[in-house]
Design a protein around this ligand. Structure first.
Ligand code: MG
Length: 158
């Protein structure tokens, strides 16, 4: 078994779409980022890469590379899924938490989990998504940004 941890933060700004877990969420602000700024998927990518001992998302998909400009982060998951297969690593499960004040993510969590699971060839039950506010405190509480944490367990195929 190999465990991995991921964390990411992006700034919330006007006139950008809010994409979390590969799902576009209706809101008057969105995420600033070189790719689509999907903070949840970026945290999951870092957890998976970390568990595999493969560094971090910035090494594999640098924001200086024009290939990734406006790129859908779901594609990062598909790439990482290939890296894992090549190394005979299998995902046991992924758990994560999105930290933002608004909007409520409850209506979207199921779709987010199924988009992430599909990109990684998993069953929806292997991906768990939670959401929390920080009770008005800090940068997430003030609505300046959105953060996400993810953790995963990989199994080495025998
Ligand atoms: Mg990011």
């Amino acid at each position: 078994m190999r465990i991995g941890l991921g964390y990411d933060v992006h700034r919330l700004v006007s006139a950008r779409p809010l994409i979390l877990g590969g799902v576009r969420i209706p809101f008057d602000k969105g995420v600033l980022g070189h790719s689509d700024g999907d903070v949840l998927i970026h945290a999951i990518c870092d957890a998976l890469l970390g568990a595999a001992g493969l560094g971090d998302i910035g090494e594999h998909f640098p924001d200086t590379d024009p290939r990734w400009k406006g790129f859908s982060s779901v594609g990062f998951l598909e790439e990482i899924s290939k890296f894992l297969k090549e190394r005979r690593l299998e995902i046991n499960n992924i758990d994560c938490v999105v930290i933002l004040e608004k909007p409520k993510l409850a209506p979207h969590k199921k779709e987010m989990a199924s988009v992430i699971a599909r990109a990684l060839g998993l069953l929806p039950g292997q991906v768990n998504i939670k959401a929390t506010t920080e009770e008005g405190m800090g940068f997430t509480g003030r609505g300046e940004g959105v953060a996400a944490q993810a953790i995963t367990l990989l199994k080495e195929k025998s």
